[in-house]
Design a protein around this ligand. Structure first.
Ligand code: AHR
Length: 522
């Protein structure tokens, strides 16, 4: 029996919906086939956007969608993706050896159509490697300027009269690697140039009536390189502190839960040890978040106060722009970086989202890599078939936390002792409250142990709902054209108003329970 004590009146940070963001990139079938099939396709579509994916994505209403990469962002020329589709240039996308033909049929307007349909806030990532500052400036002008300018008029001719008002701008991608193998100092200087080239639209000027506050997001470190990530962040902020500071609002850390090296551990076939190894790997991100958050605070603190009348404060938010499991099969798969998604991936996805939830005071936004057909996907497509992966269902279950406040909980979950590996807790829990509804997550990491769990609340509550993501086997996944192996099932409801409830947590499962606070009559 595991006891969880819930102090629902002790609340913490708000869980910003943006912690449940997604990322799409021109990589393998991540966009073409996965999202864009074209208007002429036999596959049902909305103006070229794959209908089944759009419909299911709408259910999640991704708070933010990052595009066009990833690595591809640093070779992407936005002009190639606007105007009549049959006149757009065609070239090769060599990213990660993908060797896909890129015909640019999915560009700025198609991406914005997707964002508008699914209710996502767009995050545009500019090309800092092969692109110029003029190109950066013109892209911002094109999407955000009123129609009276040439670029604004061109946007209107291409189908969108009103400015899009894009707020989030990523300046380069992984500039320490494929994005230019920059040093942090060189990147900081390039960053200064690109952010200075972006028009301000008068934001911040008291005499200008504008609501176009844009957020500039700098390239944070490779979260998987313990020494380099510390050096990158220290050096970047040290450089930023020299002379006048550029516009900066966010700092984008990337972290993958790498699972390479053991050929017997494939995405869908793995030992019990490999199950625990991958689950354990997901926890490193929490330490990286604490480390990077502290480094950002000290980095910002050392930036000298500006002189003069127009001096402004600086605040830099930590963002995790790419995260997910990266198994070893995908480099050889037919569509590069395409990987299946099993119950193991669902467990790490749930644990990772709970890391963001717990650290909602430190992380402002996070995007899973990626929505469709690449790495830790929520959707997989093959010809006319689509599956919702176990990860999709985790996002669906966890949506209930968006906009809620963290509550204080404690549990006495035992640890699973493992030889040569750190011990894992058997059960992980997390809780939040919003509008008097308490939402509790239970992630049971054990391959074979069911557990009785007692929730004890600080006040009487009524159980509203219980849902569980389960499957028969830890290797289960949802296969094209077959009944779903991993899906959400309702759990029994105990409908008495009280303070203590007992539930059963199945092995290898993710459950979300909701309770309504009962206010005692005065
Ligand atoms: O998500 C796949 C790739 O991983 C992205 O293009 C890149 O940013 C990262 O290295």
């Amino acid at each position: 029996m595991i006891h969880i004590n819930i102090d629902s009146k002790k609340t913490g940070a708000e869980i910003r919906p943006e912690l449940h963001g997604q990322f799409i990139e021109f990589l393998g079938s991540g966009i073409y086939d996965g999202i864009w099939v074209g208007e002429e396709a036999d596959i049902p579509n909305y103006n070229g956007l794959r209908k089944d994916v759009v419909d299911a994505m709408k259910e999640l209403k991704p708070p933010v969608l990052r595009w066009p990469g990833g690595c591809f962002a640093d070779v992407y020329h936005w002009r190639d993706g606007v105007g009549p589709r049959n006149q757009r240039p065609t070239y090769f996308n060599e990213n990660f050896g993908t060797m896909e033909v890129e015909n640019n049929s999915f560009g700025t307007h198609e991406f914005m159509m997707l964002c508008e349909m699914v209710g996502a806030k767009p995050w545009f990532n500019i090309n800092m490697m092969t692109g110029t500052t003029a190109e950066t400036r013109e892209w911002v002008e094109y999407v955000n300027r009123e129609t009276s300018t040439s670029l604004g008029k061109e946007r209107a001719v291409n189908g969108h009269e009103d400015p899009y008002g894009i707020e989030l701008w990523g300046i380069g991608n992984e500039s320490w690697a494929g994005g230019g193998t920059y040093t942090a100092e060189a990147y900081a200087n390039e960053y200064r140039k690109h952010t200075s080239a972006i028009p301000s639209f008068g934001a911040g000027l008291p005499w200008v009536d504008t609501n176009k506050e844009m957020q500039m997001i700098a390239v944070g470190p490779d979260g998987n390189k313990p020494k380099e990530r510390v050096a990158w962040t220290k050096d970047f902020f040290a450089e930023l502190g020299k002379y006048r500071k550029p516009r900066i609002n966010g700092y984008d850390l990337h972290f993958y839960n790498w699972n390479l090296g053991d050929e017997t551990d494939t995405v869908t076939s793995f030992s019990t040890d490999a199950w625990y190894k991958v689950i354990n790997g997901a926890f490193e991100l929490e330490d990286v978040i604490h480390e990077q958050y502290a480094l950002i605070q000290s980095g910002v603190a050392q930036i000298p106060k500006e002189e003069g009348t127009f001096a402004t404060e600086i605040n830099v938010d930590l963002i995790v722009g790419e995260w997910g499991n990266w198994h070893n099969i995908d480099f050889t798969a037919p569509s590069i970086l395409w990987q299946q998604c099993t119950m193991r991936d669902a467990i790490t996805t749930a644990l990772t989202l709970d890391i963001f939830h717990r650290n909602a005071d430190k992380v402002k936004m996070a995007c899973v890599a990626q929505s469709v057909n690449v790495l830790n996907s929520l959707f997989l497509t093959k010809e006319d078939k689509t599956v919702l992966t176990p990860n999709y269902y985790v996002f669906q279950l966890y949506k209930k936390h968006q906009g809620a406040e963290i509550i204080e909980i404690s549990d006495d979950s035992p640890t699973l002792e493992r030889v040569n590996e750190p011990d894992l807790k058997h059960v992980y829990s997390f809780g939040s409250i919003k509008d008097d509804v308490i939402t509790m997550n239970i992630v049971n990491t054990s391959v074979d142990k069911k557990e009785s769990i007692t929730f004890t609340f600080d006040r009487p509550v009524a159980m509203l709902k219980g849902e569980e993501l389960v499957s028969d086997s830890i290797h289960s996944y949802n296969e094209f054209g077959e009944n779903e192996q991993v899906t959400i099932k309702d759990t029994p409801i105990d409908n008495k108003e009280k303070q203590t409830f007992t539930i059963t947590s199945k092995q290898a499962s993710i459950a979300v329970y909701q309770f309504k606070v009962i206010h005692e009559e005065a």
